[in-house]
Design a binder for this molecule. Structure first.
Ligand code: TXA
Ligand code: MG
Length: 321
């Protein structure tokens, strides 16, 4: 059941409580409506991908209260700080390397060592972030492949029944998503044109924005900037070979493992949302344990299974040897 409510103080308090419990809330920003979850809870973030029917885990924007909160998540270099002073709160998203101790979960970042942060200007978005007291991960509140919603009615059309609450704040002002600038390479890169014009940003920076690498556009997920584990992954495994650890699903491989084998189960009960929430953390755990070879159990190609398999395939094919 989806609650749709005018975004008054009582509704915002209720929405914050829903987010704190791992629920999903659609809310207005000055650009488009966002589909929000507590960015620190991987399980809640997994529900975003499920609701949107996203075939892959794109990294999400962490919406934060102010510059100070942004700096707890992202290591913002000096030019990024200048942009934040000029455009925050507002429709600018900055991608930068992770700050040590950042709270945004792996899944919201799609496992990347960088994070996208934005301080929205809309009073409802501001109030919701303040009430939660944590970053809110939010993509646009539309089904994957549909256009971004600028009214609560659009959100209802796409996501009714999939989201716990929709805060109605009327029509959004910009109607165009935020401009995204990345500070992960040497010079600033315009990842997505948006509500703030390129020229306006270049004026503040005092330099031109670069275009993203061609490879990044052609094959998102295959570039080195996308997370791949050091371990070699063998997909669709039905048994374990000698020396392999297991990335299991529903206890399939565990049943055949020798005692002492490292087995990490994405979801012992076979729940794909739980599996998505655990995916990046488990892959990191293999690397932390310096495991070279991992057999991966069959994961059903339905619901979030499609995105999980997409990521696993990319992670397994980046090994060239
Ligand atoms: O205006 C907006 O930006 C809206 C409102 C809700 O804030 N949000 C939005 O989110 O448009 P979404 O998920 O539809 O688009 C976010 C974009 C994606 O294309 C994603 O690939 C990129 O941001 N992105 C997020 N984190 C990134 C990262 N660490 N590195 C590179 N790209 C990133
Ligand atoms: Mg979108």
């Amino acid at each position: 059941m989806t609650i749709v409510a005018p975004a008054d103080a009582a509704a915002i308090a209720r929405a914050a409580a829903i987010l704190r419990e791992g629920g999903l809330v659609a809310f207005p920003t000055e650009t488009v409506y966002g589909l929000g979850a507590d960015a620190t809870q991987a399980w809640a973030v997994a529900r975003i991908y499920d609701a949107k029917d996203r075939p892959s885990f794109n990294p999400l924007i962490a919406h934060v209260a102010d510059l100070e909160a942004a700096r707890r998540e992202a290591a913002l270099p000096e030019p990024a700080l200048r942009l934040s002073t000029a455009f925050w709160p507002g429709p600018l998203t900055i991608v930068a390397p992770l700050a040590p101790g950042g709270a945004v979960c792996d899944l919201a970042r799609a496992g990347l060592p960088s994070v996208a942060v934005r301080v929205p200007a809309h009073p409802v978005a501001q109030a919701l972030i303040a009430a939660l007291g944590r970053p809110i991960a939010a993509p646009s509140a539309n089904r994957s492949g549909h256009v971004s919603p600028v009214t609560a009615a659009h959100v209802t059309q796409d996501l009714s029944g999939k989201v716990d609450m929709i805060l109605d704040g009327g029509r959004t002002a910009a109607g165009l998503e935020s401009t995204i600038v990345s500070f992960c390479e040497g010079s600033p890169v315009l990842l997505r044109p948006g509500a703030i014009a390129r020229e306006t940003i270049e004026k503040i920076l005092g330099e031109k924005l670069s275009a993203p690498e061609r490879a990044e556009i052609l094959a998102p997920g295959m570039t080195p900037s996308h997370y791949a584990p050091a371990a070699r992954l063998r997909l669709e495994a039905h048994e374990l070979k000698e020396g392999e650890a297991a990335l299991d699903f529903g206890g399939r491989l565990a049943a055949r493992a020798e005692p002492g084998t490292v087995v990490l189960d994405l979801s012992p009960s076979g729940d794909l949302i739980e599996a998505a929430a655990n995916l990046f953390a488990h892959l990191r755990e293999f690397d932390a344990r310096q495991i070279a070879d991992v057999a991966v159990a069959h994961i059903p190609e339905r619901g979030l299974g499609e995105a999980i398999n997409d990521r696993l395939r990319r992670a397994s094919t980046t090994k060239l040897d």
